[in-house]
Design a protein around this ligand. Structure first.
Ligand code: FES
Ligand code: FE2
Length: 350
């Protein structure tokens, strides 16, 4: 399994990290505990007490410290043990790994690589609940599958036609047309016009529109997409490039942020939000969209977990790429290149 380590991984929705309630999550196979102090500061440590390896996530917050509730070792935010009950001397080895952690766009992000390289500028520009332009809902699903299979799914929307025939109702358009695909520094951009379509949001079949959608799939596995419906002929006016102005949309402008986090080799957590632009909807529409998303993402989960089960029964899995795999291959190659660069830096430093 290949991962980019020098990247921010989504570990939780901000709203799910309650004050003084430590949260446990495996990230890239490492047990991590994250907690928020009364003051609001967050910290992330290896979730494994140095004493007898109990999970610190069962611990108690004390000020900005965390106490293991097995035998009482007290941990500072940097992972050092600052108190061992009944013992005056604290050995230098009494510490656990600490991770750079930050909160942005309503997600808690953990940096899994070299702490000296943790750069907040590398956090993907998701849209959080603090953005006044969107009315969002949120959720997450746990997968019994390798994260890469979910990334592959998100880099090839031709599956919408089949997997989501009963939810997004994408029609044949997604399977029969290719998106425009462009390489980004740390990701791949997929965009497309579907012209003269009724569109899932159409009020009647004779109200044809040009539907635009564009998403970036970014390292380590974050999808940011906005969509909108424009008057028929608008795509041509834009020479089939991006809309000149978001305000030109006649309806249906929405934004979704999604993140795929590898927990262990074959388990992953998939976070998602979706909702309308304030000019194009309200809480009621948000709830409808979230209902559709919940159904659609459950469809992906069913397919991908079943795919994982077959992969597990296959001695040497081989794939037969199709034309729609272009973006999948681009993203996987980017992951391989960045991971390789990290390994060569690590090797030369060793
Ligand atoms: S296992 Fe944590 S104090 Fe003993
Ligand atoms: Fe899907």
């Amino acid at each position: 399994m290949i991962y980019v380590r020098n990247a921010w991984y989504v570990a939780a929705w901000t709203q799910d990290l309650e004050v003084e309630k430590p949260l446990a999550i495996d990230l890239l196979g490492e047990p991590v505990v994250i907690w928020r102090s009364q003051r609001g500061d967050i910290a992330a440590l290896e979730n494994r007490c140095v004493h007898r390896l109990a999970p610190l996530s069962l611990g108690r917050c004390e000020g900005d410290k965390l106490r293991c509730m097995y035998h009482g070792f007290l941990y500072s935010r940097d992972g050092h043990v600052s108190e061992i009950p009944g013992q005056d001397v604290i050995p230098a080895s009494a510490k656990v790994k600490s991770y750079p952690v930050t909160e942005k766009h309503s997600w808690i992000w953990v940096w899994m690589g070299d702490p000296d390289k943790a750069d907040e500028a590398l956090i993907p520009p998701a849209v959080g609940f603090d953005d006044p332009n969107y009315i969002l809902g949120r959720g997450h699903f746990d997968y019994a599958a390798e994260a890469r299979l979910i990334s592959d799914n998100l880099c090839d929307f031709s599956h919408l036609t089949y997997v989501h025939a009963n939810s997004f109702g994408a029609g044949d358009d997604f399977a029969k047309t290719a998106p425009n695909i462009a390489a980004l520094d740390r990701g791949v951009r997929f965009s497309r016009w579907i012209t003269g379509t009724a569109g899932p949001a159409a009020r009647s079949n004779d109200e044809l529109i040009d539907a635009w959608s564009s998403y970036d799939y970014l390292i380590p596995g974050v999808l940011l997409m906005w969509s909108g419906s424009f008057k028929r002929g608008y795509a041509e006016e834009c020479k089939y490039g991006p809309p000149q102005d978001l305000d030109d949309a006649i309806r249906g402008v929405t934004f979704t942020s999604q993140a795929v986090t590898p927990m262990t080799e074959k388990t992953s957590r998939y976070f998602f939000s979706w909702g309308p632009h304030v000019k194009h909807g309200d809480e009621a529409l948000r709830d409808i969209l979230m209902g559709v998303a919940g159904q659609a993402f459950a469809e992906d989960k069913t397919m991908i977990e079943a795919q994982q089960a077959i992969l597990d029964k296959t001695e040497t899995p081989r794939v037969l790429p199709s034309a729609h795999d272009r973006g999948v291959v681009m993203f996987n190659k980017l992951v391989e290149r960045l991971a390789k660069e990290e390994r060569s830096v690590d090797a030369s430093a060793a």
